[in-house]
Ligand binder design. Sequence first.
Ligand code: S3P
Length: 441
Amino acid sequence: MANHISIRHKLNNFNKKIKVSADKSISIRAVLLASQAVGISKISNLLESEDVLNSLKTIRKLGINYTKHRNVYNIHGFGLNGFNIKKNTVLNAGNSGTLARLILGLLVKSKSQVKLIGDKSLSKRDFYRVIKPLRLFGVNIDSKNNNLPIKILGTDFLRPISYKENIGSAQVKTCIILSALNTPGITQIYSKSSRNHTELMLKSLGYPIKIEKKSGYEKIFIQGLRQFNCFEYKVPGDISSASFFIVLTLLSKNSEMIIENVNINRSRIGIIYILNKMGAKIILKNKKKYNGEEISDIHIKSIKNLRAINCPSRLNSSAIDEFLIIFLVAAKAKGISKFRDLGEMNKKESKRLDLAVKFLKLIGVKVERFKNNLNIHGNPDLLLSNSYEMKNFLKDHRIFFLCCITALTLGGNWKINDKDSINTSFPEFLKILKKLGAKLN
Ligand code: S3P
């Protein structure tokens, strides 16, 4: 079967209520923390995407069983470091940087060496960011050029560390938090603000973790070696998946949408601040608290007069996965939008900053790049009528989504490759588009 889709028609005039797939970051964390809990955790509405299925396969290889009954995964944990690791174990994290970096944090006490591998995209990504703190804990790590494959062998002589995390990476912060669970004493992290789902989950489980907020930073203290009980968790919708439908609605004519039950944790909704500053009127309704997280429905309407933004870089971490689609809005806004310090985008599933420039040029948008800063010259009348094809994007799911939303809002005759990349994070993506009336071949 062909692994591409063709889009030749824009999508306008819809008024729909939708639900997007469950949150990927929370799903992976729920699986990994359940593997360390005592007893059977029950996780409902878990995202069934490749990254999360690889997380489930990973814990099963480490001796943790799970079953699925209706919409609920039952994960049988044996407490901290309750893995049963066979000799020559090889774990495959597939495309998932989150799984790969987080699982290393749970292997700090492993008695046998474990080899961690990943797909072509993951094998190009930097692991020094986690290797460095893991070595400070006392863990043995072997890796060529700080890439996968990595061989990790735990130790019984773990020592707590005090670490400054300057990238603003939740994956690095969480790897250290998970390592701290198995380490005696108190581990301290001074971390540039980033998504905080792990901290909120541990807090809701009664785990001794303390967080002091500084401006743009957090100081986190984790007491090691405290067992925690199994738990129940219902995973909410993913704002990163919702963001493509938010922009679809904004840029389509005469359209409205409600996206139900989305996680709107402050550390994740940079896109909503940014788009509202550009003139969108995105409203969060029906807010509720859930295990420290905040969940709401998102109401969006089409908008004509979007204006450029001078985007403050303090929002970078809270919109890091959404910039690709934000750039599309900037391309349709009046004026020159400015974005700064986006080097981390090039450390994702593909070199997203490089590809964003290539993509904007492909659709005829003037873009200037100075190192990791972009100026995007917007044009509210931008419409496409030629043929377009995006190539060589390492099957990056978010680039695939970006091309689809561009085709449906700006027009043109599109061939979009690597359709199966949607399975990484948002398997329902094309089904929802079809429900809205999109013509996809
Ligand atoms: C994630 C953190 C972010 C994000 C990724 C998911 C997480 O990466 O880009 O898609 O679940 O912790 P970094 O922490 O490396 O910025």
